[in-house]
Design a protein around this ligand. Structure first.
Ligand code: AHR
Length: 320
């Protein structure tokens, strides 16, 4: 028995009989979409899940939603289960970049198109997915770096600590890359510590406490790969008796409501936008695919940047 068949059968065995066969939804002519979400690690992710669920309802698409609790193995299991259920389209947001080749080949062999949302995979064979929709994470890193170079007022060396996202994830790799690419133009800006906070508030706080313990008042800037980690770190900075956004300049990414609240309270300097509202775009792409249309290989989300000075004015317009 070949590998693909063995995996498909194994997944089939794990799926309740009622789900293993064409569903009522398909009998009613509905498109069935299997979506594997990373988890619920951040305010961003919660908004992304809500956007996908609401858009599926609005478009009359039957959504089979699976939460992987930040584990790649759970995402692989979910994708195999979608293959076994013969869904029309599979979409997923890959927790890390590598290790997807086998399961994506299984989907291809089953002739089920795959859409990547939010995060990319690191696979040579790009025929394994039809499109990748989401932000340009390298550009978000560059925007963060440019804001710092243009707005930092102090003289002399600038010591930066970096809270990275999940190890091996596309946003952690790309946001680091984009930021470093810009700050290297001015060698006085130095990253003195860099560690993962796994995109969560709790980890962001814990790692910032360790940074403060090791470097204390030497730290001039915090660059956090998302708002949740920055919000956790703000708590650590305050508990250490320092003033966030004054004693330590804070830059983060996402522009979720929690970040706007922190900016309005004067505790966060800037948040670079990364929109989680991918649901409507995804459902349109699923419908287009089923209608036989060819999708663009890359669909990039348009995004802005919000410094604390505009937070109060922008806040009422924020949707996530
Ligand atoms: O992939 C997008 C990132 O994942 C967001 O910036 C972060 O908040 C989320 O958990």
């Amino acid at each position: 028995m070949n590998n693909t068949r063995r995996h498909t059968l194994a997944a089939l065995a794990a799926v309740p009989a009622a789900l293993a066969f064409p569903t009522l939804a398909r009998a009613q002519g509905k498109i069935v979409l299997g979506f594997s979400q990373i988890g619920a690690e951040s305010e961003w992710r919660t908004a992304n899940t809500e956007s996908i669920k609401a858009a599926a309802k609005e478009h009359g698409i039957e959504l089979k939603f699976s939460d992987a609790q930040q584990k790649q193995e759970n995402q692989i299991k979910a994708i195999r289960s979608f293959i076994a259920q013969k869904v029309d389209v599979i979409a997923f947001s890959p927790v890390v970049e590598s290790g997807w080749g086998t399961v994506l080949r299984e989907a291809k062999a089953a002739k089920i198109p795959v859409i990547l949302t939010d995060r990319a995979v690191n696979e040579k064979d790009d025929s394994l997915w039809v499109t990748f929709m989401g932000s340009d994470f390298v550009e978000e890193g560059r925007k963060s770096g440019r804001w710092l170079l243009e707005n930092y007022k102090g003289q002399g060396d600038v010591n930066i600590v970096e809270l990275q996202g999940t190890v091996g994830s596309a946003p952690a790799i790309d946001r680091k890359k984009g930021f470093e690419e810009i700050i290297k133009a001015q060698p006085r800006f130095k990253i003195i510590r860099s560690q993962t906070g796994d995109f969560t508030r709790a980890k962001g706080k814990e790692v910032m406490e360790a940074f403060l313990k090791a470097e204390g008042k030497k730290i001039n800037v915090l660059y956090a790969h998302n708002d949740d980690m920055a919000i956790g770190a703000i708590q650590a900075i305050e508990e250490a008796g320092l003033k966030p956004a004054k004693d330590i300049i804070i830059i983060s990414i996402d522009a979720v409501k929690g970040a706007f609240e922190a900016m309005m309270a004067g505790k966060l300097n800037v948040s670079v936008e990364c929109s989680p509202l991918l649901g409507p775009q995804l459902m349109q792409a699923v419908k287009d695919l089923k209608a036989g249309k060819t999708l663009p290989r890359r669909i990039v989300t348009e995004e802005g940047i919000f410094p604390m000075e505009v937070a109060a004015k922008e806040f009422p317009k924020r949707k996530y």
